[in-house]
Structure formats: C-alpha cells, structure tokens
Design a protein around this ligand. Structure first.
Ligand SMILES: C[S@@+](CC[C@H](N)C(=O)[O-])C[C@H]1O[C@@H](n2cnc3c(N)ncnc32)[C@H](O)[C@@H]1O
Length: 248
C-alpha cells in the first residue's frame, strides 16, 4: 500500500505540471504545485501556496489514531460538542482513517442522519467496516475516495470535517473543489489542524497548519469564513460555510 501511495504521489506530481488543467479545475484557476529539492524530510517536496505538503499517513498507523490517551491529549469529545450536529445531518469525515471521529459523531445525527467515513486507503475502510459490524453501528458508511475526488453525491452533505488530514492532501485544490461540490449551500467545511502558531504543540512541522495558511488556501473558493475556535488543547477548529456563488 505504501508503494502504491508513493506511486500515486508521483503520478499526482506529474499530472500537475504547469498548464495541466482537468475538467474539475475548470471555473477556478488552480494555483501551481511546485517541486523543490530542498525541503523538510517529513514532507513530500511539493509546495502549494508556500506550504509543503506532508506525506500520507499509512494504514499501519491506525492504532495511533485509536490510542486511548487521545481523549486526554486532544479532547475530541469537546470537538464533537462544538460541531453542534443535529439529528438527520449528513456528515462527511474526509480522511476518516480508522473512523475514530466518525463513530463519535454518528450518535449525534441519529435517527436518520449518517456519517460517511471517507478515505483513500481501503485498509482504513476495512477497519471502519469491522468496527461497524462489531458495535452494530449502522449509520457510519465506509466510502472510498481518490486523491482528487471524494466521489460523494453533489450537494448532499451538511458538514464536512477534516481532522488532521488537509495538510496531507497531495491535490488540495482538486480535493477542495470536490468537497465543496458535495456540500449543500450553507453547509460547513471544518478544518481541525494542529496549530503551527504554537511551538509547544508536539507535532512535526509539516503536519501543522497556521490559521492564516488555511484561510489563504480557501480564499479562492466560494466559501465564507465563519469562526476559528481554540478550545482544543492542540488543534484549531476553523469553520467555513459554502456560499451560493463564488466570492468576487
Ligand atoms: C493522520 S490520518 C487522520 C485520520 C482521522 N481523521 C483521525 O483524525 O483519526 C490522515 C488520513 O487522511 C487520509 N488521506 C490522505 N489524503 C487523502 C485524500 N486525498 N482523500 C481522502 N483521504 C485522504 C489518509 O489515508 C489517512 O487515513
């Protein structure tokens, strides 16, 4: 799988040579992806709007995502509360990994709502499926996406959440376009990223993002920034809302 991810990364770099425009990027001008030889060893060497993208975390790290001390370190239950999910909401947990957050959110949207646990690694989705079978939870839907597309139905999702994920995208422009396509107008796009502004957050630099950088990367999309919350010990919660039309 790791080899496949490397191949995918290499392929994505190739596809993003200057001037390469897919049907998906039509309508908004994609900023260029730039490869640099001098870069952070934990990064991919590919930069987007001044930020180096991180390497994708392999499914071998799933146990770390489910570590018991995560509640004490990151307070995910506080995050779930802050989202104010409602019964019937359709949520997409993009880059869901082992579904740690998906299962925590699933209860809040019952009885009719659901959570798509979306990821590009089938091995992660197999873990999600097993958890759903073992616990009897029926409203978490394992969902396979690609490095450029969520494959979710258009205008169908109330809230998209990315917990420690966006900085790993090797096609952040295309993924953001795809996520916005699947959001309903007025739906929320929520970034939960380790605070790069805070040197005491014990996470490698390429796996952190500043609030300013997230806003910079979202500025070209039909989104309105709503709020940034710092209630979590290590991450900020940065919330945008989908607008009906692109900003001028
Ligand atoms: C650090 S893990 C975080 C998992 C989960 N959000 C959590 O906090 O427990 C990052 C996940 O993002 C996924 N990922 C990376 N690029 C992706 C993409 N373009 N689309 C969907 N998932 C992606 C990886 O496969 C990995 O499972």
């Amino acid at each position: 799988m790791r080899n496949m991810l490397r191949l995918l990364t290499a392929a994505s770099t190739l596809c993003l040579l200057p001037g390469f425009v897919t049907a998906q990027t039509a309508g908004a001008k994609p900023p260029k992806y730039e490869t640099r030889t001098v870069h952070d060893p934990d990064g991919t060497g590919v930069f987007y709007l001044g930020r180096e993208m991180a390497q994708v975390m392999g499914h071998e790290g799933a146990d770390w995502l489910d570590r018991p001390e995560r509640e004490a370190e990151e307070a995910p239950s506080l995050l779930i509360k802050a989202l104010k999910l409602k019964p019937g909401n359709v949520v997409a947990d993009i880059g869901a990994g082992s579904g740690y957050l998906s299962f925590k959110m699933a209860k809040s949207v019952l009885p009719t709502g659901k959570v798509y646990a979306e990821d590009i690694q089938q091995e992660m989705l197999d873990i999600v499926k097993k958890k759903a079978e073992d616990t009897g939870v029926q409203n978490v839907v394992p969902w396979l996406g690609t490095i450029t597309e969520t494959k979710l139905p258009d205008s169908s999702v109330d809230l998209i959440i990315l917990v420690d994920v966006y900085h790993e995208f090797d096609h952040p422009f295309e993924m953001t376009q795809s996520m916005i396509k699947s959001l309903k107008v007025g739906g929320r796009l929520v970034f939960v990223e380790y605070r790069k502004e805070d040197p005491s957050v014990p996470i490698k630099l390429v796996h952190k993002m500043t609030e300013a950088q997230v806003k910079r990367e979202m500025a070209i999309f039909p989104l309105k920034w709503v709020e940034t919350s710092r209630i979590l010990p290590r991450q900020h919660i940065i919330v945008f809302q989908k607008l009906a039309t692109a900003p001028r």
